[in-house]
Design a protein around this ligand. Structure first.
Ligand SMILES: [Zn+2]
Length: 264
C-alpha cells in the first residue's frame, strides 16, 4: 500500500508541468510585452486567449489609454497562475500641424470613397494574426534622421482636432534608405494611399505588424519574406505629409504600440 501511494505521488510530480514566466517590455501605456512560458500552458491577457509558439513565446500590446491593471492568466487544466501588473501612465504631447492641403484634412465626397476602400485594406492588415514567429527577434530603427513626431501625441491639423498620432516620424531627405525593422512577411505594398502615400506593412507573427508610410520608392512586394535590416524603400513625402519623412508604426493585433519603447 505504502509503495502504491509513493508511486502515485511520483507520477503527480512528473505529470505537473513546471510553471515559469518571463515578461520583457515596459508595463506602460503604449508598451509591447513579450512573454515566455512553458508552451504546454494556455495564455489569457485581459480575458482574451493569445497565441503561444512552440518555444513558449507570446506577445501583447498595452493600449495608449490603458488605466486598469493588466491581468495575465497562464493555465493548464486546473493549474491556474494569475499575474496582475500595474500600468504606468504617461503624459502625451499636443502637436499642432498647419499648412496641410485642405483636401487632406477635410476630404471631399470622392476622396471619402477612396479613403473607405483603402481603409478596408488597412483594417485587413491590422487583423492578421499568423503563426509566423519573428517578433521576439527585436526591432531596429528603420531610417536615419531626426525624430519630429512621437507616439500618442494629440494632433491638431490646420486647427482641427484629429486622432492621436500613433507613429514616430523620422525626418530625412527624399531618397534616404528605409530598412526593414524586423524580419517578417510583406502583407501590403501600395504606391499611393490617400493618407499614407507609398505604404508597406510587414507582419512579424502573432498579429504584430509594422507600417512604413509616405514612401517614395517601394522595393518589395506583397508576399515577400524580408530579413531584418534589408533595404525595402526610400523616404518620400507622399500622402498627407508636409515634407519628406518616414512615419513608422507598430500594431499588435490592432493595438498601436510605441516604436520608441520597442526599438533597441
Ligand atoms: Zn507620422
Amino acid at each position: 500500500m505504502n509503495i502504491i501511494i509513493k508511486y502515485f505521488f511520483i507520477i503527480l510530480i512528473f505529470t505537473k508541468p513546471s510553471f515559469s514566466l518571463d515578461l520583457k517590455g515596459d508595463f506602460q501605456q503604449g508598451g509591447l510585452i513579450i512573454g515566455k512560458t512553458n508552451p504546454i500552458f494556455e495564455v489569457f491577457v485581459q480575458g482574451e486567449k493569445v497565441k503561444i509558439n512552440k518555444e513558449g513565446f507570446f506577445i501583447f500590446g498595452i493600449p495608449r489609454d490603458q488605466i486598469k491593471d493588466i491581468v495575465i492568466k497562464i493555465q493548464n487544466k486546473s493549474d491556474i497562475n494569475q499575474i496582475v501588473k500595474k500600468v504606468k501612465k504617461r503624459k502625451f504631447k499636443i502637436q499642432r500641424i498647419n499648412g496641410l492641403p485642405k483636401r487632406k484634412v477635410s476630404p471631399n465626397e470622392e476622396d471619402m470613397k477612396r479613403i473607405r476602400e483603402e481603409g478596408k485594406l488597412i483594417v485587413k492588415a491590422k487583423n492578421v494574426n499568423s503563426d509566423l514567429s519573428y517578433f521576439f527577434k527585436g526591432f531596429i530603427r528603420p531610417a536615419n534622421g531626426i525624430t519630429t513626431g512621437v507616439f500618442g501625441s494629440q494632433r491638431i491639423l490646420n486647427g482641427k482636432p484629429r486622432r492621436p498620432h500613433f507613429g514616430i516620424d523620422i525626418a530625412a531627405a527624399k531618397g534616404t534608405k528605409v530598412i526593414n525593422s524586423n524580419t517578417g512577411k510583406v502583407i501590403l505594398a501600395e504606391k499611393n494611399l490617400f493618407f499614407t502615400g507609398g505604404t508597406i506593412i510587414v507582419e512579424h507573427g502573432h498579429g504584430l505588424i509594422s507600417i512604413y508610410s509616405h514612401l517614395e520608392k517601394i522595393l518589395v512586394k506583397k508576399g515577400d519574406i524580408i530579413n531584418k535590416g534589408k533595404w525595402i524603400a526610400t523616404v518620400g513625402s507622399t500622402g498627407r505629409s508636409t515634407g519628406p519623412h518616414l512615419d513608422f508604426r507598430l500594431y499588435c493585433r490592432n493595438i498601436p504600440v510605441d516604436p520608441d519603447l520597442v526599438i533597441k
